[in-house]
Design a protein around this ligand. Structure first.
Ligand code: U2F
Length: 466
C-alpha cells in the first residue's frame, strides 16, 4: 500500500499535569477526526503520554495522532521535598527547551510543522511559533471567568497586597476592584485562585501571570466554553484582547452524549452497575486527577453514605482506599460501589445519577452542567476550584457548597437531603436542567460552538501545506 502523506503537521503542546493533557487530547481527537488529512503530534511528558495513550484509554484514538515525549525536567536521582508545585516548577524550568527539542524530533519524523496548538498555560509557545513562522493557537481549558483573573492579576495584586507591599485591604475596596474586572463582579477576592495569581509564589505562578501579556500574539484563542455561557462583559473584553476568540464548546465531552457508551473504557463495570439503580438516586463522588479530599473528611463522607444508605458510586484512587473505615466496602456493597477510575463523562450522563459530589475541577463542573446534574461542592483549595464553587453556587445556582464547607458526617447528610429531598434542592435541580437546556442549544450543530470549531479546523488546514 502507498504511504499516507499528510497535508499538514499540527503540533499540540500539553501542560502535563492534572486533567490538562487529557482535555487537550480530547480536543485534538475531535480535530484529528475533522481534519483527516492532517497529522497531529501530541507533545507531553513520558508519564503523561503513557497514561493518555495506554491501551484502555486510547480505544477511540484516530490514526493521525502521534504521541511525542518531552523531558519532565526531573533531574536523575532527584529527591522530592513534598512541595505541592515541585514537579510543575521542575517542568517549567526545563521549558521551553524540552518542547523545542520535541518539536525538532516531530518535524524530522513527520515533516515541517504548520501550526502550534498549545495549552494556554505554556506562555512561551507564542515565541516558539514565531520562530517557526507558524500560527499559535493557545487553548484555555479552565472556566472562562478564571482567565479574566489571570489577565488582570496585576490589578488584583496591586489592590489586595497579596504577598505584596502595602495596598488596600478593606473588603469594600476589594469588592469595588473586582466589580471593574470583566466577569468577576459577583466573585470575591477570597474565591480567587490567589496562589496562581501571586507571581512570587513559584515558577508556575509567574508563568501564569504572563498570560495577559502574551495573548495578543495569538492567532486565535480557543476556550473550552460557549459564548452563551460567558457574561457579555467578559466575552467582549476577551474578544477585544484576542479577536480570534473561538468558544468551541466543552472539549472533554460530546453534547448530547453519544447513545452507545464506550463500555470498553469501563473496566470497573460502573455503567452496568448504574443500570441497576433507580433514576436520579445515585450520588457520584470524585476528586479529579490531582487533588485529594483530606483523609479525615474521606472517613466522614464514608460514614454519611453508610448511615444514610445513599446509593453511591465513588471514584477513589487505589492508594486512598485504605483510608476508608474498616469494613466500609463490604457493609455498603448493596448500595454502593468504589472504583479507582470511572468513565466520568458517561457516568454523569446516566439517568440514575442524582447528584455529583465534586472538588469543582473545571472539567468535572462542565460535565455536570452538560447533564443537568446538581452539585455538592467541596472545593479543594487548589487552582481554580474555589472560584468554580462560587460560580456553581452563586452565579449558575446549580449546586451548594457542602454544609459547613468541609465533609462532616452531619454536613454531608444535610447537603444530600437538601439536594435529593428538599424544596430548595428541587429548585437547584430545575436550574441545572435549564442550564443543560441552554447548553444543548449552544452545542447544536448550527450553534456558535460548531461554527467556531469549524473556523478552528479551517485555520489548521489553511497554513503551509507540507
Ligand atoms: C485540573 O483538573 P482536575 O483533574 O482536578 O479536575 P477536572 O478538571 O475535574 O478534570 C478531571 C477529568 O478527569 C476525568 C473527568 C474530568 O474530565 O471526567 N475523570 C474520569 O474520567 N474518571 C475519574 O474517575 C476521575 C476523573 C485542576 F486540578 C483543576 O483545578 C482545574 O479546574 C482543571 C482545569 O484547569 O485542571
Amino acid at each position: 500500500p502507498t504511504k499516507w502523506v499528510p497535508k499538514h503537521h499540527v503540533a499540540a503542546m500539553a501542560f502535563p499535569f492534572g486533567s490538562h493533557p487529557l482535555a487537550l487530547l480530547n480536543l485534538v481527537k475531535k480535530l484529528a477526526m475533522a481534519a483527516p488529512d492532517t497529522q497531529f503530534s501530541f507533545l507531553s511528558t513520558e508519564d503523561s503520554n503513557n497514561f493518555l495513550f495506554s491501551a484502555s484509554k486510547a480505544t477511540d484514538l484516530p490514526n493521525n495522532i502521534k504521541p511525542c515525549n518531552v523531558s519532565d525536567g526531573v533531574p536523575m536521582n532527584h529527591v522530592f521535598s513534598g512541595r505541592p508545585t515541585e514537579r510543575v516548577d521542575l517542568f517549567v524550568k526545563a521549558a521551553p527547551d524540552n518542547f523545542r527539542k520535541g518539536l525538532e524530533l516531530a518535524a524530522t519524523e513527520i515533516g515541517q510543522i504548520s501550526c502550534l496548538i498549545t495549552d494556554a498555560f505554556l506562555v512561551f509557545s507564542g515565541a516558539i511559533a514565531e520562530d517557526l513562522s507558524v500560527p499559535w493557537i493557545p487553548v484555555w481549558l479552565p472556566l472562562a471567568y478564571s482567565l479574566s483573573a489571570h489577565i488582570y492579576s496585576d490589578k488584583i495584586h496591586q489592590y489586595c497586597a497579596i504577598g505584596g507591599n502595602g495596598g488596600d485591604t478593606e473588603s469594600s475596596s476589594k469588592r469595588k476592584i473586582l466589580e471593574t474586572i470583566p466577569g468577576l463582579a459577583k466573585i470575591s477576592i477570597e474565591d480567587l485562585p490567589l496562589e496562581a495569581l501571586n507571581d512570587k509564589q513559584s515558577l508556575f505562578s509567574s508563568m501564569l501571570n504572563r498570560i495577559g501579556n502574551v495573548l495578543p500574539q495569538a492567532n486565535a484563542l480557543v476556550m473550552s466554553f460557549y459564548d452563551e455561557l460567558c457574561p457579555k462583559s467578559l466575552l467582549d473584553d476577551l474578544k477585544s484582547r484576542c479577536p480570534g476568540l473561538l468558544n468551541v464548546g466543552f472539549v472533554s465531552i460530546t453534547i448530547p452524549p453519544p447513545p452507545l457508551p464506550l463500555s470498553n473504557t469501563d473496566a470497573a463495570g460502573c455503567l452496568s452497575w448504574l443500570d441497576s439503580q433507580k433514576t436520579m438516586s445515585v450520588a457520584y463522588i470524585s476528586c479529579g486527577t490531582v487533588a485529594n479530599f483530606p483523609h479525615n473528611e474521606i472517613k466522614e463522607l464514608a460514614e454519611a453514605l453508610q448511615e444514610n444508605r445513599i446509593p453511591f458510586l465513588w471514584s477513589l484512587r487505589e492508594n486512598l482506599r485504605g483510608i476508608l473505615p474498616d469494613g466500609f466496602i463490604e457493609r455498603t456493597s448493596l448500595h454502593g460501589k468504589v472504583v479507582p477510575w470511572a468513565p466520568q463523562a458517561q457516568v454523569l450522563a446516566h439517568k440514575s445519577i442524582g447528584v455529583h459530589v465534586t472538588h469543582c475541577g473545571a472539567n468535572s463542573v462542565c460535565e455536570s452542567i452538560a447533564n443537568g446534574i446538581p452539585m455538592i461542592c467541596r472545593p479543594v483549595v487548589f487552582a481554580d476550584n474555589v472560584t468554580n464553587a462560587k460560580i456553581i453556587e452563586d452565579i449558575w445556582k446549580v449546586g451548594v457548597r457542602v454544609d459547613g464547607g468541609v465533609f462532616t458526617k452531619n454536613g454531608v447528610t444535610k447537603s444530600l437531603e437538601l439536594i435529593m429531598v428538599h424544596e430548595q434542592g428541587r429548585k437547584i435541580r430545575s436550574k441545572a436542567h435549564a442550564l443543560q437546556e441552554l447548553l444543548l442549544q449552544a452545542a447544536a450543530p448550527n450553534g456558535h460552538a460548531a461554527q467556531d470549531f469549524k473556523t478552528l479546523v479551517e485555520i489548521l488546514s489553511s497554513n503551509q501545506a507540507l
